[in-house]
Design a binder for this molecule. Structure first.
Ligand SMILES: Nc1ncnc2c1ncn2[C@@H]1O[C@H](COP(=O)(O)OP(=O)(O)OP(=O)(O)O)[C@@H](O)[C@H]1O
Ligand SMILES: [Mg+2]
Length: 497
């Protein structure tokens, strides 16, 4: 890529409003052939909206788009695809009851002479694409059976099949393991070498320096800065994003430890978990580290009554707890922020306010009635504490940006004032500033006596926030550390063997 080359894509003065929100305000953007452009910004800054204009999902109110110097209009996804633009959405939209091959070729299945879908050819072509993204799965596997990471890779394979000139990836790495991220980056480099341009959205600063040539920073719907990755620093990027200093990683304050709030003894499930035991005291944050697939989420799901246990005992405040379904867990004062917010945590069609008060009905009800004023106050408090970007409490959650939806999930459980709070990857997809606010809230809750279990694949987060750290490997607890003095390397070593 060089300045002399003509941009592959140019957006000029692009504006877009939604009811009550100016999502984009006269944005200019250039993307050059063969470059990787990192598009960054706080939750709700307008990244996904800008990209959805390119993919034909949203229509801009004002502005112009040029592809290879020619003005284009992209009124719908098909025109955008035809123009050579491919997008992998932040909220994956694979169809779970179709096979991998069907997902890749939906709407453009190869047709055989007899007029029917040429399944052989579809299979063959899908196979080649899966090999390219190193996904060793049968092309006939139902997509619903895949992990999020695997679905992500199917989407990448699909984008490859279009031979796109521009591929947009909206937070592709947020649900990938390190190894999967490396595979994805290999693919990105190969595409780049072929002259494909890539727009890459991420909240992880390190990734920018691993993969991006240039960085474009959106702030409040405006283009705040564009820079070359090689002559910028993380601090520069963050300050362009948030317009203020945010300082270092938040570290949990020391809180007095109380009684053992939750104890799990000998937990096993049918195929995954073997004899998992741990405890957490009130006021304590217990971190769970391990590779993706080590079984951490499975433990939490079993404790919360989502997945059945085969054996094992759960004790809440020293007493045996009969948890068979999530309703039971709630009654014992357990709260749970799951890994997958769409599947288990939010009612997308309901308002911000309702979603936040749902789990806290006790706290906002008087007898049979919901106290509307208290309900609003509670929601207002968390919207401002977590800086949820929404035009009002009445906004439907599906209209919020991805990161802001995640903030609503966290608010929902914090508002519920649980005795025990389980957080599974709570800051995934959350911007750097908001992440710190969430860490501070966790620390405050611990000081108020809540026992917190934190599952996170980000070791600095686990080390910074936990009093003790449990390391899992292949469905078992491998060991534990006191957080003082433990290094990322020590944890990793235990996690891999
Ligand atoms: N369909 C919609 N209806 C109403 N408002 C919307 C809609 N889509 C986006 N918005 C609003 O537009 C703004 C920009 O959202 P966008 O999804 O582009 O943010 P983002 O930068 O991708 O954030 P994140 O990092 O959280 O994914 C937000 O205030 C969001 O609530
Ligand atoms: Mg987004």
């Amino acid at each position: 890529m060089s300045e002399q080359t003509r941009p592959l894509l140019e957006m000029r003065g692009v504006s877009k409003s939604f009811p009550g929100v100016k999502a984009l305000d006269r944005v200019d953007l250039q993307v050059y052939p063969g470059e990787v452009l990192a598009l960054v910004g706080e939750n709700g800054a307008g990244k996904s909206t800008l990209m959805k204009i390119l993919s034909g999902v949203h229509r801009m109110d004002e502005g112009e788009i040029y592809l290879e110097g020619k003005a284009v209009s992209l009124p719908d996804p098909l025109s955008s695809q035809k123009a050579g633009i491919s997008i992998i959405y932040q909220e994956l939209n694979t169809l779970n009851n179709l096979s991998i091959a069907e997902n890749i070729f939906i709407g453009r299945e190869p047709i055989a002479k007899n007029g029917l879908v040429d399944r052989q050819r579809q299979h063959r072509e899908a196979r080649a694409l899966l090999d390219e993204v190193k996904l060793p799965l049968d092309t006939q596997t139902l997509t619903g059976k895949l992990s999020t990471a695997q679905k992500q890779m199917v989407e990448v394979a699909k984008a490859l099949s279009f031979n796109a000139k521009l591929i947009i990836m909206d937070e592709p790495t947020s649900s990938l393991t390190n190894a999967e991220t490396r595979t994805l980056f290999d693919i990105v480099r190969r595409l780049k070498a072929r002259g494909v341009a890539i727009v890459f959205i991420t909240h992880r600063m390190v990734e920018i320096f691993q993969i991006a040539d240039r960085v474009a920073v959106l702030r409040d719907g405006q283009m705040a800065a564009t820079m070359h990755a090689r002559d910028t620093t993380e601090a520069d990027i963050i300050s362009a994003m948030v317009g203020r200093e945010i300082g270092d990683l938040y570290v949990k304050e020391v809180a007095p430890l109380g009684e053992v709030a939750l104890e799990v003894q000998g937990l096993s499930t049918k195929n995954r978990l073997h004899d998992v035991s741990f405890y957490v005291r009130s006021g304590e944050i217990l971190g769970f580290a391990g590779l993706v697939g080590a079984g951490r989420s499975e433990v939490m799901r079993a404790v919360f009554g989502i997945d059945p246990r085969q054996s094992g005992t759960i004790l809440v405040r020293g007493k045996k707890a009969a948890i068979r379904k999530t309703g039971d867990a709630l009654r014992y004062g357990i709260g749970f922020v799951p890994e997958d917010r769409k599947e288990q945590a939010l009612i997308l069609d309901m308002t911000v306010k309702k979603n936040m008060s749902l789990a806290a009905l006790d706290r906002v009800s008087r007898g049979w009635f919901i106290d509307r004023l208290r309900e609003s106050r509670l929601a207002e408090k968390f919207v401002s504490l977590l800086r949820v970007r929404t035009p009002s409490l009445e906004q439907r959650v599906k209209n919020l940006s991805g990161g802001n939806q995640q903030k609503v999930v966290i608010a929902k459980w914090m508002a519920n004032e649980p005795l025990i709070l389980i957080l599974d990857e709570p800051t995934r997809g959350i911007d750097v500033g908001a992440k710190k606010e969430i860490h501070k809230l966790m620390s405050d809750l611990a000081r108020q006596g809540v026992a917190i279990v934190l599952v996170s694949s980000e070791l600095p987060e686990v080390i910074g926030m936990s009093d003790r750290i449990v390391v899992m490997h292949e469905g078992r607890v491998k060991g534990s550390f006191d957080r003082r003095g433990v290094t990322q390397e020590e944890i990793m070593q235990m996690a891999v063997s």
